[in-house]
Structures are given as structure tokens and as C-alpha cells.
Design a protein around this ligand. Sequence first.
Ligand SMILES: [Zn+2]
Ligand SMILES: [Zn+2]
Length: 349
Amino acid sequence: MNLPPITLTGHAQKEAWQNKVLPPVEKLGTDVWSIPVPFPGNPMRYTLCYLLLGEGEAILIDPGWESEMGFEHLAAGLRHAGLGITDLTGILVTHYHSDHLGLAARLRRASGAWVALGDQETPRLTASEDPDLFRLTHKEELLLWGVPAHRLVEVAFSDADLRHLQNLADPDLRLADGSYVPANGLALQVVTTPGHSAGHICLIDEHRRLIFSGDHVLPRISPHIALELPGPSNPLADYYDSLSRIAFEDEMEVCPAHEYRFIGMQRRVAQLKQHNSERSAEVMKVVDRHRPESVWDIARHLTWSRGWESLQNFSLRLAVSETASHVVYLRSQGYQIDVPLTAPSLSCQ
Ligand SMILES: [Zn+2]
Ligand SMILES: [Zn+2]
């Protein structure tokens, strides 16, 4: 079924996306800027960080991946608005992923700004936790999902991944659903949208009619919905609910954390729901046809944009954990899928 398309508004961003270059810093209206921050070595290429000015306030949304190059791009973007790093008063982060929260700790040290996350968000690995134990639990889960022993090192978290997770900033503020960001002169309302992460938030700027959607809704890519520890037991069910919550109207401009801006939240939500339900149907087809014995076995029979054989490392882990989230969701809908998912010792929540 062909659903109505969204309306592109980030023309320079889309052109840059297609040309595989960094988009420009853009002023989006009164006191709002879009500042791309490089995401080195990742196909997403950049995180779109947003700067909003209030009365004596300079707030960032999603400062991006921690790197020297990222820090310099962000500092240059702030200069466009006549600001320096030390002028920042708050750092809002839509969710606990390194390409969003990465630079927050460094920016907080340099400016004294607070760092805020949603009150439902769960860190994957805090600074005080034992990374070896985390790695062991994660490997147990992957083995249960049928990841072959010889691919385990590739699929599991690397030392660099764990270091990145442990260096992420602890938040100073936790924002509840429906609350307003504590910043003078700004009317930014929090909408809790779990699914892509346990406590992802979107932010609604009522005055400027903008929705900052983080990774919850992107214009082209369907956000990754993974079953992961620690985390909610049915992330895809949460994601469907969160899509309905954010599709309260269709006319505001959507400012995502990747790719490009657009108008048409309700249209995009309809497409994302359709995409995920088609994916679930494909999982059921594989189950009926191949009688798989593991999540891995299902994943390798699904279609992947560049082919199953091309999936490696991080993208292979995402493929397997996404398949697991479809299995959990389908079971919750009454479908029989007989593959091991969660051992009692690993049970979520
Ligand atoms: Zn993310
Ligand atoms: Zn992201």
C-alpha cells in the first residue's frame, strides 16, 4: 500500500545527505540553529544538534558523538549564533546513545551547563559497573539467540564500545512526560517516546511549531528497535505506542537527529507503522517456512538492504537484536515462535 509522502523542508540537508557530505549550519527561525556534528565511521555520518536561545539561556539538543572533530564543529556552529561553549546553560539529550550524549560530559565540564535526559531512560553501562560482567551477560544473551561462537567476538561489545558507554555523562536532570524544560523564555515540552531506547524523549517547541524527534522518527530510515539488556521487555510494542503519541498533528516541522527536516509527522508515523508490520509479517513467513531454531536463524533468512552476508560487527548486532524485538512482539500478539529468547537469569526488568 502506498502511503502519502512527507514534505521535505531540509533541502540543503537532503542534498548533503545524497552527496555524502556534512550539511551546513542553518538558522531555522528566531533563535534556533541546526548544527551538524560529525559521527565518524558510521553510515549516519552526522548527528543534527540543535541550539535554542531563551532569556539568558542557550540550550543544546543532542550534542553528538565525542570526538575532537565533533567538538570543533559544534564550537564553530555556536560561533554562527555569536556564542562560545561557555555560554551554554543546558544540554538536553533525547536518549542514551553515544551519538547523542557523547559530547555532553565535555561540554558540561567546559560550561557548567546541566545535562538532562528523560526520567525513564536506562543507561546501558554506568561508570561504577563492572564492564566484564556486562560483557559476559551480553555474550550469554547472544549465545541464547543462536549467534555462532565464531561470530561472537564480532557481534559482542568491543572494549572501545564499553569505554564509550562508561564515559557518557550522568544526567543532572530527569525530565518527566508532559513537563516543560526548565529554561527561561523557552516553551519546550517533553513527550516520552520509548522504543528506540527505554526512555527516549521528543521535545515540542510550541512557540516555533517544531518537533525535535531525536531518533524516534527519522525521514528515511526506520529507527532501530532492539531487544537489549537492561531494557523493556517488549520494545516494539512500546515503539508503536510512542509513534501514536507523537503523531498528534501533521503540520509542525520535524527536526530529527539524523538525515533531514520535514513536515508530516502523521504521514511518517503511518509509514513507520507499516514498515514494522511488514517486517513482522516477514518474520512470521520465515518461521512458517524454515522452522528456525534461533533468533539468528530467523535473522539470516530475512531480507536486508545490503544482504545478510554483508552485515558485520555493529550492524550484525543490530540486525540480530532487531529480529529479537520482532519475535517478542509477535509472541505478545499470540503468535507461536519457538526459539529461545531470555534465560531466567537474564530476564529484563
Ligand atoms: Zn539512537
Ligand atoms: Zn542516533
